[in-house]
Design a protein around this ligand. Structure first.
Ligand code: HEC
Ligand code: HEC
Ligand code: HEC
Ligand code: HEC
Length: 456
């Protein structure tokens, strides 16, 4: 064989291999999700699954231990969250946490010589992470069901979960006066190398912008979604599909993406997932910003955040649905924090001329009694059609000013959006600039985190 023939046959073989690497050897299996002919079918390769599943097994649970005996909070000095466990069960939990988050470093990853002190930031973060894990398992059952999560779901033996995200840096305005490119036309891996805006996460998984592109009226009345909004929605959808290792039809009937009646039940699970991720980022990750060292933060100084891939890592259920959390009952319920928890919120004010609504630390969402206060405001506004509302968001003086102002704005948006959604005309609702509350520098005063509405 001549050298030329040898090289060309080698090239042909290589090209063949490259082609095959892109597709999967049949037979593949498919599951029909909806009516035939509507494209609601999920295609998967059983051999690839068979290889994936053993690679995605949780570690063997720590041997069970008696719940009797003296409590951790009585035996140790500085146990704030897991204090009601027996000292034995507490130590078992420490062993498990070490295996999940710092198997190489061991206990000293979080602890200095004195196990009770909180000098290492890792310990402070870990304590909040225990609370976050409890919150997910106890209050986000519509998403995580009885399967639940442990630290392993996100960390998988790593200090930092393999999948995290940061807010993208704003692009410099260029000399050609094109203006704000909004992260477009760069093949960003965040959006599958498409030219979509490169940060679909900040608007939807931290802020609560509407994930809706289709209007449901024939004329453009009411639906104010822009092309930018549509592109960002598609960016997020690509992230969701990739994180779960599925295609769009896992959740949608592609005949009509927006229609819930024709969507699969998984889309409802995903809807709750989006809300859960927002809460994890706003109520748990963001308030830890100042705890993390600079090297752990993103290009704009923000903290690492959670998205779908953080837990799912390519599987339709994280760790293929292995029910790990059941072996750690202390992670299934929210523990009463014995010291220094955030102070309780005052009741909402709902008067004819004035409404005041209070928010949890770092959160733009109104909970429980505060949500009822909002409902009363809506009733007042509906009953007096001439009344106009001015909404101001307030924030405390502790922490970063820019972040505080953003949060105050998001809180004002929450109230405005609820009024608009209840049918109050936009012309009757005005937003005022975010304001800082005075005399609140030390500690977190719950009255600082509020939205005030004046009704005239
Ligand atoms: C990923 C971080 C992390 C690792 C690794 C870790 N711990 Fe802890 N440890 C904590 C946190 C957080 C607390 C406080 C828990 C609370 O407030 O409920 C704590 C508290 C303790 C306490 C109570 C100390 C006191 O007097 O208040 C003991 C004892 C302890 N850990 C032992 C261990 C041992 C032994 C290991 C290694 C097998 C270990 N820990 C590994 C995070 C960690
Ligand atoms: C929903 C996903 C998720 C779960 C569940 C979770 N974590 Fe984390 N964890 C994160 C993210 C995101 C970060 C931020 C990454 C970084 O440090 O930059 C983080 C960071 C940490 C850090 C700081 C690491 C470092 O070196 O900066 C510690 C310690 C930690 N987690 C402990 C825990 C413990 C202990 C648990 C279980 C009780 C847990 N985590 C559960 C997502 C998670
Ligand atoms: C894991 C489930 C899931 C997957 C996979 C998924 N979506 Fe979605 N999609 C949703 C959910 C949930 C919403 C509604 C979000 C909300 O209202 O907060 C949505 C909303 C949308 C919308 C807006 C519909 C409207 O009301 O205007 C479009 C368009 C869309 N998805 C397209 C896609 C495309 C294209 C893909 C594949 C690249 C995809 N989706 C993959 C769950 C999914
Ligand atoms: C804190 C970890 C965590 C995060 C973050 C997370 N999920 Fe999940 N998700 C789970 C767990 C655990 C299950 C399994 C629940 C069960 O067994 O039914 C699940 C199940 C699902 C399912 C149902 C799969 C099925 O076939 O029944 C969908 C769809 C889903 N997640 C979508 C999402 C989307 C979309 C996001 C991001 C917006 C997301 N998840 C973020 C933990 C998470």
């Amino acid at each position: 064989m001549s050298a030329f023939a040898r090289i060309s046959s080698m090239l042909a073989a290589l090209a063949g291999a490259a082609l095959l690497a892109g597709c999967e050897r049949p037979p593949v299996d498919s599951v029909q999700y909806g009516y035939r002919g509507t494209g609601m079918v999920q295609v998967y390769n059983p051999r690839a699954m068979a290889e994936q599943i053993p690679l995605n097994q949780p570690p063997v649970a720590q041997p069970p231990i008696s719940a009797d005996g003296p409590k951790a909070k009585d035996v140790f000095k500085n146990v704030q969250v897991l204090g009601d466990l027996s000292a034995g069960a507490f130590t078992r939990q420490m062993l498990a946490i070490t295996e999940w988050v710092a198997p190489k470093e061991g206990c000293t990853y979080c602890h200095s010589e004195n196990l009770a002190d909180d000098t290492k930031y890792q310990k402070v973060v870990a304590r909040r992470m225990i609370q976050m894990t409890q919150k997910i398992n106890a209050d986000w059952k519509p998403h995580v069901a009885a399967t639940g999560v442990t630290c392993y779901t996100c960390h998988r033996g790593n200090n930092i979960p393999a999948e995290i995200w940061f807010t993208a840096e704003p692009q410099n305005k260029r000399a050609d006066f094109i203006g704000n490119l909004n992260g477009q036309n760069y093949p960003a891996t965040t959006v599958g190398l498409a030219s979509l805006p490169n940060d679909p996460y900040t608007p939807y998984l931290q802020k609560a912008m509407d994930i809706r592109v289709a209007g449901n009226t024939p004329l453009p009345t009411g639906n104010r979604n822009s092309i930018q909004h549509t592109e960002q929605t598609y960016g997020l959808m690509m992230h969701m599909s990739k994180s779960l290792g599925v295609n769009c039809t896992y959740c949608h009937n592609t005949r009509s993406f927006g229609n819930w009646q024709e969507s699969s039940p998984q889309r409802t699970t995903a809807w709750h997932g989006i809300r859960m991720v927002r809460e994890l980022n706003n109520a748990y990750m963001q308030p830890l910003t100042d705890t993390f060292p600079a090297a752990r933060k993103g290009p704009t100084g923000d903290v690492a955040k959670v998205y779908c891939a953080t837990c799912h890592q390519g599987a339709y259920k994280p760790v293929y649905g292995a029910p790990m959390a059941k072996d750690y009952p202390e992670l299934l319920k929210v523990a009463m924090v014995s010291t220094s928890g955030p102070a309780a919120l005052p009741p909402p004010v709902a008067e004819a001329q004035r409404s005041v609504l209070y928010f949890d630390v770092g959160s733009p969402v109104l909970q429980d009694a505060q949500a009822r206060g909002l409902a009363e405001l809506i009733t007042t506004m509906s009953k007096t059609p001439a009344a106009k509302a001015t909404i101001s968001g307030f924030h405390s003086a502790a922490g970063t000013l820019a972040q505080n102002q953003e949060l105050a704005k998001q809180r004002a948006f929450t109230v405005r959006d609820s009024l608009l959604a209840a049918g109050i005309a936009e012309s009757r609702v005005t937003l005022a600039k975010p304001q800082q509350t005075e005399a609140n520098v030390a500690g977190e005063d719950p009255t600082a985190r509020r939205v005030e509405v004046t009704i005239k």
